[in-house]
Design a protein around this ligand. Sequence first.
Ligand SMILES: *Cc1c(COP(=O)(O)O)cnc(C)c1O
Length: 426
Amino acid sequence: MEKKHINTNCIQAGYTPKNGEPRVLPIYQSTTYKYDTSEEMAKLFDLEAEGYFYTRLQNPTNDAVAAKIAALEGGTAAMLTSSGQAANFFAIFNICSAGEHVVSSSAIYGGTFNLLNVTMRKMGIEVTFVEPDCTEEELENAFQENTKCVFAESISNPSMVVLDFDKFAAAAHRHGVPFIVDNTFPTPVNCRPFEWGADIVTHSTTKYMDGHATSVGGAIVESGKFDWMAHRDKFPGMTEPDESYHGLVYSEAFGEKAFITKATAQVMRDLGSIPSPHNAFLLNIGLETLFLRMKRHCENAQAVAEYLEKHEKVAWVEYPGLKSSKNYALAQKYMPNGTCGVISFGVKGGREAATVFMDSLKMAAIVTHVADARTCVLHPASTTHRQLSDVQLEEAGVSPDLVRLSVGLEYVDDIIADISQALDQI
Ligand SMILES: *Cc1c(COP(=O)(O)O)cnc(C)c1O
């Protein structure tokens, strides 16, 4: 296929109707598929023929949207999941079982931190967290004999740390394990982790990909480049016969789509967290404008960040597009066209002043969400991190005055006017 610009792929990839078929991707709201003979269906069950038999495993609407996301990331295959949480869990669990180990950056989304630190430990999967700015030696020391993958976020939510791809990818590959990157915040429009050494990419499509705050969802994408056979002993699930599939060997039978095929045939089959075809349809509409929207989110956020930085009532601003940001150099290297629309900042006067500021906003809404068309704010210290003392907050990297601002697509002067009048109330 001719290589197209990512803007074109946002609109066109994944679904190409044949003569007389619907121009818009249809919602196949059907659990089942009809066959003329049981012989034909048996071949599908054995993964010998391609086709649909049950929507938990495959559905034409979901598959078209997954194919679009694979094209955007430059991967070989993708699958949709019902949430970003399910995507991260499935991506890790596909190659990591009880008694094994994960190395993860500590600068990750709270839900993922909990998944690794609490729930996966209960399943017998251990994790070692490293600081995102750790030395190569510190990173090296985090690895164990039984380490099966390295995990990080391309831009961390909510701390806005830009990933040092080279450092993490090199360490993962020195140890013969894949590098999994959650690319939710920059989206493939601004950063394509496969170009920087990632092997598996995950998404919470709930955020910019959907873009309108309508549907919770996730995705996993495979680069097709990780050589499972070269690390045969480490990944028996990929390289040895699967008894639950008549002795099929994923890496041999499916090559550069082995990871996603196994995730579908085993993990999704047994744990079942698919999105509804209707949600996939809504996600696809969001994806059509992703390129346009990311550009505007970044322009607006840049202007707002520069405004905040100069404001006398603002104590500090963290936005990777600001020259003053400690993440600026990494952002310029890995996502030179922009990062995303999320800014974190602190107001002078700490927790109390932050609350006054937020309550005074007239247009920007207080919501537990980021990355959609409407500007919104969250004060972690009085909401998501409410149970922590000020000392504990600092330890968690969330200062009491931290406001997470997700800059939307409204006209930028109106966003700034709203922020300005709210800062005046402090
Ligand atoms: C929101 C988020 C998740 C979790 O996704 P859900 O769709 O809410 O399950 C995972 N990673 C990142 C970076 C996120 O922002």
